[in-house]
Design a protein. Structure first.
Length: 253
């Protein structure tokens, strides 16, 4: 049996990148998976490839963030596990971020997980059933580079929310953890490097050579770790925000 055999797993932001990797890994471990995304063509292809159920949703709308849980419940009768993997990484510093950009980051990176968690925990409590939630955060929650000011602010908020919700619902047997992922090789990161940093076709090789392990983070490795946190094999752990990176925060040369 797989680690998530017959568990109903909702992956918000699951149509590409880390989210899509989690969808594949969860299906591979026996889960019934529902995932959301904004692009119907991309989501439909992943659904066809994996057998997971795709729900088109714009998570910037709190009603649709909550509605993603309702869609999973309609499909499978419950939600056992939630992953918040949607993320906006558009650039902005303290000095050049507009109110509009700031609000976009808060809407996707913080508000959407908040209201998806609200709906999922409500379902779990109504059934008096245990559950697990994993929030995909970022090492930028520790501070981040100057060009990711609103992103870092939102991710720091999500780290705090993860701990707050885990503490609030520990007696409900709902375990809530987060993963501060570092620089990861995804199609979204490729687009970001080209759009914001003028990167060429060799940016991955250059970036990998500059990392201690000689490579960027890999989607499948992150996905396997998330599946472990969602599963009963991760035991009683809750309220943990884990640095999944090759940067050692607090270390000095």
């Amino acid at each position: 049996m797989g680690l998530l055999e017959d568990k109903v797993v909702l992956v918000n932001g699951g149509s590409q990148g880390v989210g899509a990797g989690i969808v594949r890994a969860a299906v591979g471990e026996g889960a019934l998976v529902v995932f959301t995304g904004r692009r119907a063509e991309v989501g439909g292809k992943l659904a066809a490839d994996t057998g997971a159920r795709f729900v088109r949703a714009d998570l910037a709308d709190p009603a649709q963030a909550r509605g993603s849980v309702a869609q999973a419940v309609d499909a499978h009768g419950r939600v056992d596990c939630l992953v918040n993997a949607a993320g906006l990484t558009s650039r902005g510093s303290l000095l050049d971020t507009t109110p509009e950009l700031f609000d976009q980051h808060m809407a996707i990176n913080l508000r959407a997980p908040f209201f998806a968690m609200q709906a999922a925990v409500t379902d779990m409590k109504a059934r008096e059933a245990p559950g697990t939630i994993v929030n995909i955060i970022s090492n930028c929650a520790h501070g981040g580079p100057p060009f990711l000011a609103p992103y870092s602010a939102a991710k720091a908020g999500l780290a705090g929310l993860t701990r707050n919700a885990a503490h609030a619902h520990r007696w409900d047997r709902i375990r809530i953890n987060g993963l501060n992922i570092g620089w990861t090789d995804t199609e979204g990161e490729d687009a970001t490097q080209r759009a914001f940093h003028g990167a060429g076709d060799d940016w991955r090789e250059k970036a990998a050579a500059a990392q201690p392990m000689g490579r960027l983070g890999q989607v499948d490795e992150i996905a396997d770790f998330v599946v472990f946190l969602l599963s009963d094999r991760s035991g009683v752990v809750t309220g943990s925000v884990i640095d999944w990176d090759q940067i050692v925060f607090g270390g000095q040369d």
